[in-house]
Ligand binder design. Structure first.
Ligand SMILES: [Zn+2]
Ligand SMILES: [Zn+2]
Length: 241
C-alpha cells in the first residue's frame, strides 16, 4: 500500500492511497490537471481510482470537486454532508479497501478516514482543532497516520493574521498546532506507530522543518525506545506503507 501526496496545506489538499493498482482519492482541493500529474508521477492515472472520499466542505478540500466529479466515473463519498458525495456512516468497502469514518473537531462538520487493505492501514485527519475521542479510537494501534500539524504557535501569534482569525485557528474547532500534533504522535508511539505524515501545514505560520523538529524532538524526549519516521506532507511524496 502506498500513500501519494498530491497537495497538502492551508490552500489545497488531495492524497491518494494505492494498493495493487487500485486507488482511492482523499479530498479534491486541486485542479484536475494537478491531480492527473500527481497520479502520473506515481505511475497511475484517473482509471486507477475506484472511489473518492471527501473530509469536509472547505474550499481547500473541494475546489476541484465539480470538475473531478465530471471526469471520474466512480462513487464519491463523505462521512458528512458534502456536495456531490453520498453520505455514509461507519464503514464502507470499495475494491480491497475498507474505509472507516471518524469525527474531527472543526468549524464545519468534518471527518477523517481510516483506510485499511489487508494487514495495512492508515488514519488520515487533516483539519481538527483538537484530538477527538473518535480519532483516538481509530488511531490507536494504527501503523501509519497522516495528521494535521498546522502551525507553530509563536509564528501564528506574532504573525499578520487578524485577532479573530488567530483565535479561530487556535480554538478546539480550528487547527492542530505542531505541539498538539507532537503530543498525540508521542502518545501513539508505544502502540505500534511506525510512520507519521505531517499534514495541512500553514504556508504562513509554519515550515516543514519546524513541524518535523517539533514532533521528532517530542518523540526523542518522551518515547526514545520507539522508532517512528516523520515526513512532512510535501507534494510528490510517495510513501510505501
Ligand atoms: Zn477546513
Ligand atoms: Zn483544510
Amino acid at each position: 500500500m502506498k500513500l501519494i501526496i498530491i497537495a497538502s496545506g492551508s490552500s489545497a489538499n488531495a492524497a491518494v492511497i494505492e494498493n495493487d493498482d487500485a486507488a482511492v482519492l482523499i479530498d479534491c482541493g486541486v485542479t484536475l490537471k494537478t491531480l492527473k500529474s500527481g497520479l502520473r508521477q506515481a505511475g497511475l492515472g484517473l482509471e486507477n481510482l475506484c472511489a473518492v472520499f471527501v473530509t469536509h466542505s472547505h474550499s481547500d478540500h473541494i475546489k476541484g470537486l465539480p470538475v473531478i466529479h465530471r471526469a471520474v466515473d466512480v462513487p464519491f463519498y463523505s462521512g458528512t454532508d458534502v456536495m456531490m458525495c453520498s453520505k455514509f456512516d461507519g464503514q464502507i468497502r470499495t475494491k480491497d479497501f475498507d474505509v472507516q469514518t471518524f469525527e474531527c473537531s472543526h468549524d464545519v462538520p468534518c471527518v477523517g478516514y481510516k483506510i485499511s487493505c489487508g494487514e495495512k492501514s492508515i488514519c488520515i485527519a487533516t483539519d481538527t482543532g483538537t484530538v477527538t475521542q473518535s480519532m483516538r479510537s481509530a488511531f490507536y494501534g494504527c501503523e501509519n497516520i497522516m495528521l494535521e500539524s498546522n502551525h507553530d504557535i509563536d509564528m501564528l501569534k506574532s504573525g499578520f493574521y487578524s485577532a479573530s482569525l488567530k483565535s479561530r485557528i487556535i480554538s478546539d474547532r480550528g487547527h492542530l498546532s505542531n505541539a498538539d500534533c507532537a503530543r498525540f504522535v508521542t502518545e501513539l508511539a508505544g502502540f505500534g506507530l511506525r510512520r507519521v505524515v505531517l499534514a495541512h501545514l500553514s504556508e504562513n505560520n509554519n515550515t516543514p522543518l519546524l513541524a518535523r523538529a517539533s514532533t521528532e524532538q517530542c518523540l526523542a524526549r518522551f518515547a526514545p525506545q520507539n522508532h517512528v519516521s516523520v515526513y512532512p506532507a510535501s507534494p510528490g511524496l510517495i510513501l510505501e506503507l
